[in-house]
Design a protein around this ligand. Sequence first.
Ligand SMILES: [Zn+2]
Length: 67
Amino acid sequence: MEIKEMRCPNCNAEIEIDDGFDTFFCKYCGRKIILADMSDANINAKVKLKQMVNERIQKKLMAASIS
Ligand SMILES: [Zn+2]
C-alpha cells in the first residue's frame, strides 16, 4: 500500500496517509482530517500523487513485461 504525505491543516505537521482512505487523524495533534475538506491545493497535490503512483505502477508493469 502506498503511503502519501500531506500537511495537517491544524498544526502543519507532515502526516502520512494510506491510499484508499478518505479520513485520517493527525498523529501530532489528533485532528481528524477529511480529504474532501482539504483545500484545492491539497487536492491538487493528492491528484498529482495519484498520477505519480499510477506512472510508477505502469513502469513496473512495463519492466515486468520486458523481462
Ligand atoms: Zn496536526
